[in-house]
Write a protein that binds this ligand. Structure first.
Ligand code: GRF
Length: 244
């Protein structure tokens, strides 16, 4: 709940107005809509949904929930900035938004723009790392774990402060499509957790102490992997001390 100053200095309680920017099917958008409506994200409202593309399913979700929605071309930063201002957005959620956010908007909403990325940043992030490409790169790199990261948006792609991460294993036989599905499965909770902190004005806490989420069924795998790393470190330490 935001305390805003009304005329004659009286304070009014108002809902936190979220603007959600999308470019695709909008499953992350849906997670935010559901969390606002069931109170997981309290005292907030999805005020506006802006898509950078026509005809995407995310816009159908907006219509289904009766939320104001529109398409703003990514080459029209002035219209985006004015629209956010006209709708008095308090914070912005980038839910599969594939364009860079204009510098004016980053400046005006500094620390109030949360993005979701389908990898464990800072790895597999940056220009060109979006959609299935991210998961192909993870497989090519041969890493054991991947996941999703909710972070603050800044002027570059995927470089803002990390707020919440969710870790999932990369399993033998995984294809990029299988991995994308497993990561999308944890993206929603990761994003909702970060947006809740935004609405409750707890972003600074998360910047200082980012949260890492692991599903119950994945904990054993992470524990084994961590144990493997520890053993490796010990071996390296022994080697360094010339004790071999
Ligand atoms: C998600 O994987 C998100 O991390 C990425 O784009 C995808 C969008 O999915 N930036 P959806 O449109 O929210 O379903």
């Amino acid at each position: 709940m935001l305390l805003k100053r009304a005329k004659r200095g009286r304070r009014i309680l108002s809902l936190y107005r979220l603007a959600v920017l999308i470019s695709g099917s909008g499953s992350n958008l849906q997670a935010v809509i559901d969390a606002v409506s069931d109170g997981t994200i309290p005292n907030a409202k999805v005020e506006l949904i802006i898509s950078s593309r026509e005809g995407v399913y995310g816009l159908e979700r907006a219509k289904k929930h009766g939320i104001k929605n529109m398409v703003i071309d990514r080459h029209d930063p002035a219209k985006l900035a004015k629209t956010l201002e006209d709708h008095k957005a308090d914070g912005i959620v980038l839910a599969g938004y594939l364009s860079v956010v204009p510098p004016d908007v980053i400046r005006k909403y500094n620390g109030k723009i949360v993005n979701i990325h389908p990898a464990l940043l800072p790895m597999f992030g940056g220009k060109g790392f979006y959609g299935i490409r991210v998961h192909q790169a993870v497989l090519t790199a041969g890493v054991n774990f991947t996941g999703a990261t909710a972070h603050l948006a800044d002027r570059e792609y995927d470089t803002g402060d990390v707020l919440v991460r969710s870790v999932v294993p990369v399993l033998v036989g995984d294809t990029a499509e299988i991995l994308q599905k497993r990561v999308l499965g944890v993206e929603h909770k990761t994003l909702v957790r970060a947006v809740k902190a935004l609405v409750e004005n707890r972003i600074d806490d998360l910047v200082r102490n980012p949260v890492t989420l692991i599903r119950e069924e994945d904990k054993e795998g992470v524990r084994e992997f961590a144990q493997g790393l520890m053993t490796l470190c010990e071996a390296l330490t022994v080697a360094d001390n010339g004790e071999l």
